[in-house]
Design a protein around this ligand. Structure first.
Ligand SMILES: NC(=O)c1ccc[n+]([C@@H]2O[C@H](COP(=O)([O-])OP(=O)(O)OC[C@H]3O[C@@H](n4cnc5c(N)ncnc54)[C@H](OP(=O)(O)O)[C@@H]3O)[C@@H](O)[C@H]2O)c1
Length: 431
């Protein structure tokens, strides 16, 4: 067994990069024992050399140009913790692989967009491309799906994969806040970025779901095929009404595999309050996998932050130090299955529909008539209060139907005179 330290370069010394340095130092003993040799950071890169990062950089080679780390002959493994789908992160990862170095990254956006090509390059070079930290931070979701559950046909993966959105939805429920207020608070506490678009629009969660779907179903990563809706439209009223109906509203990422193909979608969902995922609150993440022999497996933990994310990065480094490798997506790139994508319009499920209508005779009959015309059958209907001639909330839940029928009915309902504002439509998820 070799005892030569594994020499690591880290590009990006922000939250995660500094966290990796800290974990490697604080747990050096157990990490070396588990890796079979010490793991030593020897070179780093970031933009601002003068910035205090709370960790010492003494004795480390400093690179202005992150991509140049790829060609440092003293480096075995490059850890990319800059972020973004293009330069310098992409050039660094491509360059390191081309130079025959293994790569560890936490960059879900890069993997969701360029993961197929990067995996082919890594496999051609016989190096590792490891990304445990890219999905659900400290939860070992990648290893669980790719290795721990490898004996199973995975039929479904569900996740709460964005702590910012889960924190906002939790605040809305617990404190009755509206979205904008809960977002502002999340920003103040550092749980949301100044520009929260990637998080609240569901894009970050869709990147992660695309990665999980590729691993679960052994198919090429396909981000454009993910249907994405964020949480901006979720109102405090709908969260309250959901609770009365026995549901919680969560932003879920769901990837399903059936005979017909694969569907992957990120959108707010009504989840039965008794399901384990309904109780994953605040900044926590969860991944639920369903396998044909194992049944349901639920993983929960911290999805972001210096410690949890660094924990996952270091786990990848330990695997590389030990020489443990698997194909990037679980099966060799050339063996990935070409499964068809199913469009969202063919989604089959139940719906929650909340309307603000003028309280006058015949309105409910008009709404239910439209639903009947499109073959959508009602499970329940509640009118909130009575105030003749004024606006009242009407909540309908449907039996399972095809999304195309629901959308067609919704377009007609929205156009009714008595319907005062854009209806809220939220899918009810059955498990
Ligand atoms: N934060 C989390 O909890 C978390 C969780 C899971 C995955 N991730 C992923 O991990 C990656 C890093 O996230 P982070 O939160 O640590 O980001 P961050 O705090 O913004 O740090 C980014 C680092 O990259 C450096 N950088 C930016 N542009 C650079 C360039 N052109 N050349 C060299 N260095 C450059 C920055 O340098 P300066 O410090 O000098 O500005 C900074 O040190 C991202 O892909 C992110 O999606 C993060």
């Amino acid at each position: 067994m070799t005892t030569r330290p594994l020499s690591v370069a880290i590009a990006g010394l922000g939250t995660v990069g500094a966290g990796v340095l800290t974990v490697l130092r604080e747990n050096a003993g157990i990490i070396a024992a588990r890796a079979g040799r010490p793991i030593a950071v020897t070179a780093v890169s970031a933009r601002d050399r003068t910035r205090d990062r709370g960790v010492s950089l003494d004795g480390l080679r400093w690179y202005e140009d992150a991509a140049a780390l790829a060609n440092d002959p003293g480096v075995d493994v490059v850890v990319e913790l800059i972020g973004g789908t293009e330069e310098p992160a992409r050039a660094l990862v491509e360059g390191a692989i081309a130079a025959g170095k293994s790569v560890v990254t936490a960059n879900k956006a890069l993997l969701a967009i360029h993961g197929a090509a990067l995996a082919e390059a890594a496999e051609a070079k016989g190096v590792a491309l490891a990304f445990e930290a890219a999905v659900a931070g400290g939860i070992p979701a990648i290893k669980a799906l790719r290795e721990g559950l490898a004996a199973n046909e995975i039929t479904r993966v569900t996740g709460i994969l964005n702590g910012t959105c889960n924190y906002i939805l939790t605040q809305m429920r617990e404190r009755g806040r509206e979205f904008a207020e809960a977002l502002a608070e999340a920003q103040k506490l550092g749980y949301a970025e100044a520009d929260p678009t990637f998080d609240v629009e569901g894009i970050d969660q869709a990147h992660k779901l695309a990665i999980l779907a590729a691993l679960a179903f052994g198919r090429p990563v396909d981000f454009p095929a993910v249907h994405v809706e964020g949480i901006r439209q979720v109102s405090a009223l709908d969260i309250k009404l959901a609770e009365e109906l026995g549901y919680r509203i969560k932003l879920l990422g769901i990837a399903d595999r059936s005979e017909a193909g694969v569907s992957a979608r990120v959108h707010p969902c009504m989840v039965p309050a008794s399901h384990p995922i309904a109780r994953v609150d605040g900044v926590f993440n969860a991944v639920v996998a369903e396998g044909d022999h194992v049944g349901r497996v639920v993983l929960e933990g911290r999805g972001a932050g210096a410690g949890p994310t660094a924990s996952a990065v270091v786990a990848d480094l330990i695997d590389i130090a030990r020489g443990r490798t698997t194909p990037v997506w679980g099966v060799a790139s050339g063996d990935l299955a070409k499964l068809p994508n199913l469009p969202m319009t063919s989604h089959y499920g139940a719906y929650y529909l909340r309307l603000m209508v003028v309280d006058r005779p015949g309105v409910i009959a008009d709404v239910t008539g439209v639903l009947r015309d499109h073959g959508v059958s009602l499970e329940s209907m509640i009118q909130r209060g009575r105030s003749p001639g004024e606006a009242v909330a009407v909540v309908l839940t449907t039996h399972d139907c095809e999304e195309s029928a629901m959308r067609a009915a919704l377009a007609r309902i929205e156009a009714l005179d008595a319907v005062l504002e854009k209806p809220a439509l939220i899918r009810i998820e059955s498990f």
